[in-house]
Design a protein around this ligand. Structure first.
Ligand code: NAD
Ligand code: 6OD
Length: 496
């Protein structure tokens, strides 16, 4: 059963990857992985028991004392480049695996998910080599002085808990910097999307990453691998991406033993369109921010505020574009919109489609289940949907839905729209569309968000701080911010 190669498309078996070896869960428990395009079976996932998670954590701990812990930064950095190159070399397999798990169009996954999987290793390989150290020369009363310098060391074993919406991208966003800093990781992928994390184990073995440095345990959250990992006393820090509710549970678990957390969580992100915006660009950008990945992007827009003088024009243009979106098979390169991740998530999104009507929305487009054909009838499809006319406290305007939908509301003044934008428990991202640079700066500086795009959306420089305020998260990752989270610092003070 060891070192079993997975076939990423059908009848696959998704094993745990522990100490460099693929293995089933010790309890023998498995669960199904279904493709949301048509509900077909992708394969069977081997659930890790508490004992398996313990083995993974022990393997990670041992790796820190082995050859991995002895490597120089330059050697580790070279190894991260080798991982990235191998992902690129096997990008077709990663693409097939991601598409089978998520149903997202290949045109999206081949441009975003898979290349970013590789880039996340390269950027942190570079960062760790180039980050300067801290040094302070100090005077002392006896006149001889002292010098201070800060040493960085890995934090240890990092628990990496991942969601399903951008599985490889978001997992490597954590694993890349964690390994660059010399840590060992135990990854718990989402139960919906086991494939790319599992496949990455083969890459690690191919390029010679020492065993135990990268481990994968499969399962669910409470009472399963997620909880076993986050409550394990030998996990030194936990990095999490997912729902705010889950992040709260993980933060409680991390309090025992006072372990550090990095939490990237939900959002209810506004897009603000001023009348002086380049309207073509605003429509194109808002189409992406609302509908990309079928609305399942934490940074995506679900609240659109449009200056009153261009409100009607914006609504009708966005509706026309959204009506033209082509839903279909992921491998068809003309497909623009895939299904939601699962039937369970579809029920959640559809419940908001119903509530929007009950709470008084005008349904501009969509609002239901599209008429799919053939096998696709069994998939988790929903219509792209636009509403107007809801009150600011209506549930589709306040709750994160995570589907291909948005509410559009007119506004009159800059002050009003800043207040509307901030009227949410979340604080992840915003998009502001205006050609007035002073206004752009003023508004961006007053929105309580971790990321504010002006005249763009999801334009990413991986050296910049990424994360959310308020209920959207704790901490920032990206560039040196990741290095801060994944290392401990020791100040050495030498009296001269
Ligand atoms: P989720 O919180 O349901 O699950 C995420 C992971 O946590 C899964 O692996 C799950 O098994 C695990 N988990 C669940 N309960 C747990 C527990 N008690 N202990 C340990 N692990 C547990 O999130 P999801 O549905 O997979 O992803 C969608 C959510 O993720 C949305 O809210 C979205 O906004 C958010 N998200 C945020 C970002 C960001 O960068 N801020 C990025 C992507 C997704
Ligand atoms: O681009 C990234 O680094 C990142 N973490 C994106 C998150 C997208 C959320 O769905």
């Amino acid at each position: 059963m060891s070192n079993t190669s997975i076939t990423a498309t059908r009848n696959a078996e998704f094993f745990n990857f522990i100490d460099g070896t693929y293995r089933p869960g010790s309890s023998g428990s498995t669960f199904e992985n279904r493709c949301p395009v048509d509900g077909s079976l992708v394969g069977s996932i081997h659930e890790a028991s508490a004992e398996d998670v313990n083995d993974a954590v022990s393997a990670a701990k041992a790796a820190l004392d082995g050859p991995w812990g002895a490597m120089t930064i330059a050697e580790r950095s070279d190894m991260l480049y080798a991982i990235a190159d191998e992902i690129d070399r096997r990008s077709d397999e990663f693409l097939a695996a991601e598409v089978a798990d998520t149903g997202k169009p290949v045109t999206l996954a081949s441009h975003i998910d898979i290349p970013r999987g590789a880039a996340n290793f390269r950027v942190f390989a570079d960062a760790v080599k180039n980050v300067p150290g801290e040094f302070f020369d100090m005077a002392t009363p006896d006149g001889t002085g002292a010098i201070n310098y800060a040493l960085r060391s890995p934090k240890g074993v990092i628990g990496v808990i991942c969601p399903w919406n951008l599985p490889l991208l978001l997992m490597t966003w954590k694993v890349g910097p964690a390994l660059a800093c010399g840590n060992a990781v135990v990854v718990k992928p989402s139960e919906e999307t086991p494939a790319t994390a599992t496949l990455l184990g083969e890459v690690m073995n191919t390029v010679g990453v020492p065993k135990g440095v990268y481990n994968v345990v499969h399962g669910f959250g409470p009472g399963s691998a997620g909880e076993f990992l986050t409550t394990h006393p030998d996990v030194d820090a936990i990095t999490f991406t997912g729902e705010t509710r889950t992040g709260e549970a993980i933060m409680k678990a991390a309090a025992v033993g006072v372990r550090d957390v990095s939490l990237e969580m939900g959002g209810k992100n506004p897009a603000i369109i001023f009348a002086d915006a380049d309207m073509d660009a605003a429509i194109e950008g808002t189409m992406r921010s609302v509908f990309a990945n079928c609305g399942q992007v934490c940074l995506g827009t679900e609240r659109v505020y449009v200056e009153r003088s261009v409100f009607e024009e914006f609504v009708s243009r966005l509706a026309a574009e959204a009506n033209g979106l082509k839903l279909g098979e992921p491998n068809d390169t003309s497909t623009q919109l895939g299904p939601l991740i699962s039937e369970e998530h579809r029920q959640k999104v559809l419940s908001y489609y119903e509530r929007a009507v009950e709470e008084g929305a005008t349904v501009v487009i969509g609002g239901g289940i599209p008429a799919m054909e053939g096998a696709l009838v069994g998939g988790a499809w929903v219509e792209p949907t636009i509403w107007t006319g809801l009150a600011d406290d209506a549930s589709p305007v306040t709750d994160e839905i995570f589907g291909p939908c948005c509410h559009i509301r007119p506004f009159d003044t800059e002050e009003e729209v800043i207040a509307l934008g901030n009227d949410t428990p979340y604080g992840l991202a915003a998009a502001v569309w205006t050609q007035n640079a002073s206004r752009a700066h003023r508004v961006a500086s007053k929105l309580n968000v971790g990321l504010c795009w002006v005249n763009s959306w999801f334009l990413r420089d991986l050296r910049t701080p990424f994360g959310g305020m308020k209920a959207s998260g704790i901490g920032r990752e990206g560039g040196v911010h990741s290095l801060e989270f994944y290392t401990e610092t020791t100040n050495v003070c030498i009296k001269l």
